[in-house]
Write a protein that binds this ligand. Structure first.
Ligand code: 0A1
Ligand code: ZN
Length: 889
C-alpha cells in the first residue's frame, strides 16, 4: 500500500521525458523471498527538454547499487523516485541493482508468485515495482532479459521476444536469455518462470512467414487449451484479412495464471492471461466462457498492433489502444459468425454490457471522458467508459466513413505512427484524413467531443406525418447533462441509422426533400447541432420510425413511440437490434409503470401475445428469441428511475417473470422440447443459442412449478443436471433449481461441488451462482455471508473474491440493498479487508456503491454511512480513497 496521499495527475501537465532509455539489459535471479534484479540501461538526454535531474520511478524496492558508466555515483531516493544529478551530456550506461520479494506481493502488480511460479503484470505502473525505470509509455526501449532460477521448480523460463540462449548453472539452477527486437514501453514487459506445459502449433501466415504459437498452462490443464489455440489462430487470420496486419513475431506465447487482477495482458509476444480466459472444455466451461475466451484472446492479440506497435503517449490516452482494440475484438467475434442474425445477437450483447456498466458510470460520481482529464490512480481508469464507450466512438467513426474508409484510415494511422507513442487526436485525424469529404472529416472538431465530454447524450426524436404533402418530418435534438467538473455540454456528432416502416411492415424508400430519388430504405442521419429537422417525401402512408438502428451511437433515445408503434417494430423491423429493443421497451413500459405507481403488475394480453409470437416464430434464431424473452435486468430498470427502491424493482420484475412463466407455460414446454442439441458439444452460435433458449425455458418452467408445487419440472431439471454432458446445460439446470428455490437445489449444489472440487474456475461458478441467486426472504444474502467462511473461499485469489463479492454487490441488487443495511456493512468490511491485500481489486469492489445517491430512503442514508466508514479509515490505498472520495463529493 502506498503511503500518504498521491496528487491529482492532469492531462494538461504532460511534458516529454527529460531522458530516453534506448535499451535495457535485465538479469533476474529469481527467488520467491528475495529476487535480485540487475538493470543496465543505455540512457541519453532528450535534447528537446531543458537539462534536469534524471528521476526514475521505483516502488517497494530495496536499492543496493547505482553505477554510471561503471562508476559509483551519488544519488538520492525521494517520493518513490531515484534521483540522479550531474549526469554525463553524452549517452551513458546506468546500472541499478535492487531486490524485491515476489511472494509478499499480494497486489499482483509487478513481479509476484502464483501457484508456485513467477509471473509479472506491469500495466499500468507495475514495472516500477520490479526495478527503477522511466515507467511511462512514451519511453520505449529494446529489452534483453536473462532469467536465472531453480531448474526443478521453474523448468519454463519465458520473456518477451526470442529465446537466444539457455543452459544450466551451478546449484541446480538454469538460465534463459530472451531478446525482444521491438522497442517497447516498460508496461509491455513480462516474464514467467514456472512449472508449465504447453500446446503449440506452427502456422504459416498469408505473407508466407512461419510462426510458432504456444499456450502454456499447468500440467493438468492441457486438455482445456484447444479453444484458446483455435481462437488465436482465427485472430491471426482475421487481422490479416480485415486490416492487412500480420504477426511481426516468430513466436507468440499465451500463459495462463490463476491469480490475476484483470482478464489478460498484451505483453509483447508473451500475453499473460487469467485462467478464466484460457481454460475450457465442454465439461467445465459454458458457452459464455467459450465466447469470452474467443474475444479476450482476440483482444490481446489485436493489441499487438493497436497498443504495442503504436502505443499511448500517456495514460490519459488509454482509450487510444483500449477503445480501438475492444472495437476490433467485437468486430472479430461478429465476423466469425456468418448469419446476419448471429451478428446482431453479438451486437445486442455488447450493447447490453454497455448499458449495464458504462451508462451508470457516465451518470455517477466516476463519470469521466473517454480521454480523462485527471486521475489520482490510473488503475481506477480501466473503465467501461475507456473500453466500451471508447469502442463505440471508434464504431461511430466507421459508421461515418464506411467500412472501407475505416480500413483506409487504419492504414494511414500505421503509415504515420508505427513505432510511436501517440494520442487519441492522432488516431481521429488519421481516420478523417483518409476520408476527405466524409461526415467525420467535415465535423471532426465536434466529433472529438466524444473524447472530451463525459455523460451520455440524450436524443429526442419527434415525427410528424403530413398526409396531404405526403411528407414525414423528423425532428432530432440533443442535450447533455452535467457531470463532475463539466457543468455544460456542447453538441456531439451523433450518427442516427434509421428506416421508416409502413403499416404493412414494408420498408419505405427514404428520400429527403431536395433529393432527386430515394436513397435506399436505410440511411444514416448525422446530428451535429442541438436540433435538426429532416423532411422525407413521397410517402403515401404514415410510417413508424425505426431510429438508432444497431445502436448507431451510445445515447439515450427518447422517441415517444406508442405501444402500438413498438409492437409494430417488434413484428416487422428489418433491423434485429431495434426489433429486440422494441421488445425490451414494451417490457420496460410495463415494469416501470408498476414500480412507479406501486400498483400490482399485470402483463396484458397484447404483450404476452407478442412474446409468444417471437418465441414460436418459425424463422428467428433461438439465440435472438432468448434475448427478446429475457426481461431487462434489475440494474437496468434502476437506471431508468429517478429514485430507486431495489426491493420494489425486484418484486415487480419477479412478478413479471412469474406471469411470463404461467401465461406461456405450454410455449416454454414446447421451446424446451424442441431446442435440444444432440451429438457432441460445439460452442458454435447456433447450438449455443439453442442451449440458451432451452435453459431459459427450463428456468421459467421451474419458476412456474414453484407456485403450483408441481414436482415434474424440478424433477426433470434435476435429472438433466445429473445427466448433462456439458457445463452450459449443467449450470443452466442448476441455476433453474436454485433461482426457483426448488427443494432439490440443495442436493444439486452439493453434488456440483463434489463433482468439481478440484476445478477452481467451476468452484467460482458455484459461489457466484449462490450469491447472485434471486433473493427470497433474505435467504440469499444470509447464504452469501455464510459462504465467506467456506473452506474454499479466499480473498487472495481475485477470481474467487469476485465470485462471491461481485456477484452479491453488483449482480444481486435485491440481496445487497437491504433495509437493515447488512449488505452495506458486508460491502464496507470486504473493501477494507481487500484493501490491505489488493488495492486494485478493493477499488473495483468499492464501486458497487457508485449510484448510492439515486437510492430511496432508508437505503440512501445507510449507504452514505457505509461509504463514510470506509473513507474514514486512515491507512486507505489511493485506489480506494479516490473512489470513495468521489462517491461522497
Ligand atoms: N491492457 C489489458 C488490461 C489490463 C490492464 C491492467 C492490468 O493490470 C493492472 C492488467 C490488464 C487489456 O486491455 O486486456
Ligand atoms: Zn485491452
Amino acid at each position: 500500500m502506498r503511503e500518504g496521499s498521491s496528487p491529482l495527475i492532469r492531462r494538461e501537465d504532460y511534458t516529454a521525458p527529460a531522458y530516453w532509455i534506448r535499451s535495457v539489459d535485465l538479469t533476474f535471479d529469481l527467488d520467491p523471498a528475495k529476487t535480485l534484479v540487475v538493470n543496465r540501461m543505455q540512457v541519453e538526454r532528450n535534447p528537446a527538454v531543458a537539462a534536469q535531474a534524471l528521476r526514475l520511478d521505483g516502488e517497494e524496492l530495496n536499492l543496493t547499487r547505482v553505477l554510471v558508466n561503471g562508476d559509483s555515483v551519488s544519488f538520492r531516493v525521494e517520493n518513490q523516485q531515484l534521483v540522479l544529478d550531474n549526469l554525463p551530456e553524452t549517452p551513458f550506461t546506468l546500472e541499478v541493482r535492487t531486490t524485491c520479494a515476489p511472494e509478499k506481493n499480494t497486489q499482483l502488480s509487478g513481479l509476484y508468485t502464483s501457484g508456485g511460479g513467477f509471473f509479472t503484470q506491469c500495466e499500468a505502473e507495475g514495472f516500477r515495482r520490479i526495478t527503477y525505470f522511466l515507467d511511462r509509455p512514451d519511453v520505449m526501449a529494446t529489452f534483453s532479459v536473462t532469467l536465472k532460477a531453480d531448474a526443478t521448480k521453474y523448468p519454463v523460463l519465458l520473456s518477451n521476444g526470442n529465446l537466444v540462449e539457455q543452459g544450466t548453472l551451478d546449484g541446480g539452477k538454469h538460465y534463459a536469455k530472451w531478446v525482444d527486437p521491438h522497442p517497447k514501453p516498460s508496461y509491455l514487459f513480462a516474464l514467467v518462470a514456472a512449472n508449465l506445459v504447453c500446446r503449440e502449433q506452427k502456422i504459416r501466415a498469408r505473407s508466407g512467414r512461419e510462426h510458432l504459437l504456444q499456450v502454456y498452462v499447468r500440467a493438468g490443464d492441457l486438455d482445456k487449451t484447444e479453444h484458446a489455440m483455435n481462437s488465436l489462430i482465427a485472430s491471426v487470420a482475421w487481422d490479416e484479412a480485415r486490416f492487412g496486419l500480420s504477426l511481426d513475431l516468430d513466436r507468440f506465447m499465451i500463459v495462463a495464471v490463476s491469480d490475476f487482477n484483470m482478464g489478460a495482458m498484451e505483453n509483447k509476444g508473451l500475453n499473460i492471461f487469467n485462467t478464466k480466459y484460457v481454460l475450457a472444455n465442454p465439461a467445465t466451461a459454458t458457452d459464455a466462457d467459450y465466447a469470452g475466451i474467443e474475444s479476450v484472446v482476440g483482444h490481446e492479440y489485436f493489441h499487438n498492433w493497436t497498443g504495442n506497435r503504436i502505443t499511448c503517449r500517456d495514460w490519459f490516452q488509454l482509450s487510444l489502444k483500449e477503445g480501438l482494440t475492444v472495437f476490433r475484438d467485437q468486430e472479430f467475434s461478429q465476423d466469425l459468425v456468418h448469419s446476419p442474425s448471429a451478428r446482431a445477437v453479438k451486437r445486442i450483447e455488447d450493447v447490453r454490457t454497455l448499458r449495464q456498466h458504462q451508462f451508470p458510470e457516465d451518470a455517477g460520481p466516476m463519470a469521466h471522458p473517454v480521454r480523462p482529464d485527471s486521475y489520482v490512480e490510473i488503475n481506477n481508469f480501466y473503465t467501461a467508459t475507456v473500453y466500451d464507450k471508447g469502442a463505440e466512438v471508434v464504431r461511430m467513426m466507421q459508421t461515418l466513413v464506411g467500412r472501407d474508409g475505416f480500413a483506409r484510415g487504419m492504414t494511414l494511422y500505421f503509415q504515420r505512427h508505427d513505432g510511436q507513442a501517440v494520442t487519441c487526436d492522432d488516431f481521429a485525424q488519421a481516420i478523417a484524413d483518409a476520408n476527405p469529404g466524409s461526415a467525420l472529416a467535415t465535423h471532426l472538431a465536434i466529433f472529438k467531443r466524444w473524447y472530451s465530454q463525459a455523460g451520455t447524450p440524450r436524443v429526442q426524436a419527434r415525427g410528424h406525418y403530413n398526409a396531404d404533402a405526403r411528407t414525414y418530418t423528423l425532428e432530432l435534438s440533443q442535450q447533455g447533462l452535467p457531470s463532475p467538473g463539466q457543468p455544460t455540454k456542447e453538441p456531439w456528432v451523433i450518427p442516427v441509422a434509421m428506416g421508416l416502416i409502413g403499416p404493412r411492415g414494408e420498408h419505405l424508400p427514404l428520400q429527403l426533400v431536395g433529393e432527386d430519388a430515394p436513397v435506399g430504405t436505410e440511411r444514416v442521419l448525422v446530428l451535429h447541432e442541438e436540433r435538426q429537422r429532416y423532411e422525407f417525401t413521397g410517402l403515401d402512408v404514415e410510417p413508424v420510425p425505426s431510429l438508432l438502428r444497431g445502436f448507431s451511437a451510445p445515447v439515450l433515445l427518447e422517441d415517444h413511440l406508442s405501444d402500438a408503434d413498438l409492437l409494430h417494430l417488434l413484428a416487422h423491423d428489418a433491423d434485429p437490434f431495434n426489433r429486440w429493443e422494441a421488445g425490451q421497451r414494451l417490457a420496460l413500459n410495463r415494469l416501470l409503470g408498476a414500480i412507479r405507481t406501486g400498483q400490482a403488475l399485470h402483463l396484458d394480453a397484447a404483450y404476452i401475445e407478442a412474446m409468444r409470437s417471437v418465441l414460436r416464430h418459425p424463422t428467428l434464431d433461438a439465440a435472438f428469441k432468448e434475448l427478446v424473452l429475457t426481461l431487462p435486468s434489475e440494474g437496468y430498470l434502476a437506471e431508468q428511475l429517478e429514485e430507486v427502491d431495489p426491493q420494489r424493482i425486484h418484486q415487480v420484475r419477479e412478478a413479471a417473470r412469474l406471469q411470463l412463466a404461467q401465461a406461456l407455460h405450454h410455449d416454454w414446454e414446447w421451446a424446451f422440447e424442441t431446442h435440444q442439441v444432440r451429438g457432441g458439444y460445439s460452442p458454435d452460435p447456433v447450438s449455443a443459442g439453442q442451449r440458451a433458449l432451452a435453459n431459459l425455458a427450463l428456468a421459467y418452467l421451474c419458476l412456474g412449478a414453484s407456485v403450483t408445487h408441481d414436482p415434474v419440472w424440478p424433477g426433470r431439471t434435476y435429472q438433466r443436471f445429473k445427466d448433462a454432458t456439458n457445463m452450459t446445460d449443467r449450470l443452466g439446470a442448476l441455476s433453474a433449481l436454485v433461482n426457483s428455490h426448488a427443494e432439490l437445489a440443495e442436493a444439486a449444489l452439493q453434488r456440483f461441488h463434489a463433482l468439481f472440487r478440484d476445478e477452481a474456475l467451476v468452484i467460482d461458478k458455484w459461489f457466484a451462482l449462490q450469491a447472485a441467486a434471486s433473493e427470497k426472504d433474505g435467504r440469499v444474502f444470509a447464504r452469501a455471508r455464510q459462504l465467506l467462511s467456506h473452506p474454499d473461499f479466499s480473498l487472495r485469489n481475485p477470481n474467487r473474491a469476485r465470485s462471491l463479492i461481485t456477484a452479491l454487490c453488483f449482480m444481486n441488487p435485491a440481496a445487497f440493498h437491504r433495509t437493515d443495511a447488512a449488505g452495506y456493512v458486508f460491502w464496507a468490511d470486504r473493501v477494507l479487508e481487500l484493501d490491505a491485500i489488493n488495492p486494485q481489486l478493493a477499488a473495483r469492489v468499492a464501486r458497487a456503491m457508485d449510484r448510492w445517491k439515486q437510492l430511496a430512503e432508508p437505503y440512501r442514508s445507510a449507504a452514505r454511512e457505509a461509504i463514510a466508514r470506509v473513507a474514514a479509515r486512515a491507512e486507505l490505498s489511493n485506489d480506494v480513497r479516490e473512489i470513495v472520495t468521489r462517491a461522497l463529493a
